[in-house]
Write a protein of this length. Structure first.
Length: 457
């Protein structure tokens, strides 16, 4: 879904917003605003080495932050003519211009390029098709739009705009002033965008195709220049921030295999890696819980007073039950994974605790899981989770998790078009997948805790 950007924002609102982010006071001086704040960087001194103190950073000369009145008008006018896709990558575009937040895989080399004061990382021109491609710092217009969304909707919490205001600032050589948007770019995380400029009008689909064509061209020819779309700009997965003084020594022993998958999940940034790593925690017990369940079901049948091994129909009924419980893969019989997942959830998951944990993390998620299907995981039949429906809840949890997993793992091209999507598309579906992570993380954590033992040496 895309929409026009029609922000009802006045110049005064922009100035107040910028004052808040930079911790300054703005004053109008003729044709520009001056954001008053003396920013001085004191030298850092290390303990003496060989009798000499080591100064790690030179003092930052005082400077002022400014923004011309005409520039604010120009930015707001540009914003009013732009469109944005709000359902995945937040593509910022009009008929001839396109901009998309991108990340670089090798951040160390990116920092080097910034240190070398290279404003444009890559620039390529296609003279035949009259296209220009550029990867460079985010535009002022796009940056302002992101700031507006952060304040208005309390999203993009991991963008950290203006979070490095004690860092040295690169000033213009002929002035002690710096444009406030340049200041924000220097004092924030390194936000780069891919920019495409065309001579003729293009559709969003055209820009999408050009984006992935360009990113592949760069990655194929230079593995130090791997860029990919920045997509998951919402809340990070569950984070807990106990201080070091509040953490006790461990009192229980956990399964090492589970912890390895869990650590991979909580340290990863890619939502696919996060989701599948938590799924592997759950999957660890599939075989044992399924065959325990099957064993108990067989015992129930053969110990029932109405069962007789001398009656052929009773034996056939037993065979059918076992057969229905198993799947044939490459000639071998194995358990049905969806059924194993459901049994595993029944055995290890406390529903009231899970509901409470989800609500504590994000009070909106319970309603989201109840009313919203995972858009890329098929028809979504029986995947909405209603904690009030105790008869269906385990089936709903298992269906939602399993169908999401299948959509990620399998990527068959469909010959016949369906009225629903049943495979995950990298980057495009990341924001949807990101919302499934709290659910599967809280489930994997319950399983880790439920299968632990008291710590004794």
């Amino acid at each position: 879904m895309d929409s026009s950007i029609k922000e009802d924002v006045k110049i005064e609102d922009v100035i107040k917003l910028l004052e808040k982010i930079t911790n300054t006071t703005a004053k109008l001086d003729n044709d520009k605003y001056i954001f008053e704040k003396k920013l001085t960087q004191q030298p850092k001194i290390e303990p003496k080495v060989s009798g000499k103190p080591q100064i790690l950073r030179k003092p930052q000369a005082p400077f002022s932050i400014s923004l011309r009145f005409s520039r604010i008008e120009e930015i707001l006018n540009t914003l009013s003519n732009k469109r944005i896709t709000e359902d995945n990558k937040y593509e910022f575009y009009d008929d001839k211009h396109y901009e998309l937040l991108v990340k670089r895989e090798n951040t160390a080399k990116l920092l080097n390029s910034i240190t070398e004061k290279k404003e444009v990382i890559i620039f390529l021109e296609d003279k035949y098709n009259k296209l220009k491609y550029e990867i460079s710092p985010i535009s002022d217009e796009y940056l302002l739009w992101i700031i507006l969304q952060q304040i208005k909707q309390n999203i993009y919490t991991n963008l950290s705009i203006g979070n490095r205001q004690n860092w040295p600032i690169k000033q213009p050589e002929d002035s002690h002033e710096i444009n406030i948007f340049d200041y924000l770019k220097q004092t924030s995380n390194s936000y780069l965008t891919l920019k495409i400029i065309a001579d003729k009008k293009l559709s969003l689909k055209d820009f999408d195709n050009l984006t992935y064509t360009f990113l592949f061209q760069i990655a194929y020819n230079n593995t130090d220049l791997i860029f990919y779309p920045e997509t998951y700009l919402e809340k990070n997965p569950i984070k807990r921030n106990s201080s070091k003084d509040e953490i006790d020594p461990p009192k229980r022993l956990y399964n090492n295999d589970l912890i390895q998958h869990y650590l991979l999940a909580v340290s990863a940034k890619d939502p696919v890696v996060i989701f599948l790593s938590h799924y592997h925690v759950i999957e660890h017990f599939f075989e044992s819980v399924f065959y325990d369940y099957l064993n108990q079901e067989i015992k129930k049948i053969i110990t029932n007073p109405g069962f007789s091994y001398n009656r052929e129909k009773d034996i056939n009924k037993l065979i059918s039950m076992v057969k229905d419980s198993l799947s044939a893969i490459n000639g071998d019989s194995t358990f049905k994974e969806l059924e194993a997942l459901k049994i595993c959830l029944k055995q290890y998951i406390n529903l009231s605790q899970l509901e409470n944990d989800i609500n504590q993390f994000d009070s909106n998620l319970l309603n989201y899981y109840k009313t919203t299907k995972v858009s890329f995981s098929g028809s979504g039949e029986n995947t909405n989770i209603n904690f009030q429906n105790q008869n269906k809840i385990y089936e709903q949890l298992a269906n939602r998790i399993y169908k999401t997993r299948n959509a990620i793992v399998h990527s068959k091209e469909r010959i016949k078009e369906k009225d629903y999507k049943d495979k995950y598309t990298p980057f495009v579906d990341d924001s949807v997948l990101f919302r499934e992570i709290p659910l599967i993380q809280l489930i994997s954590e319950q399983i880790i805790l439920s299968t632990s033992n008291e710590f004794k040496i």
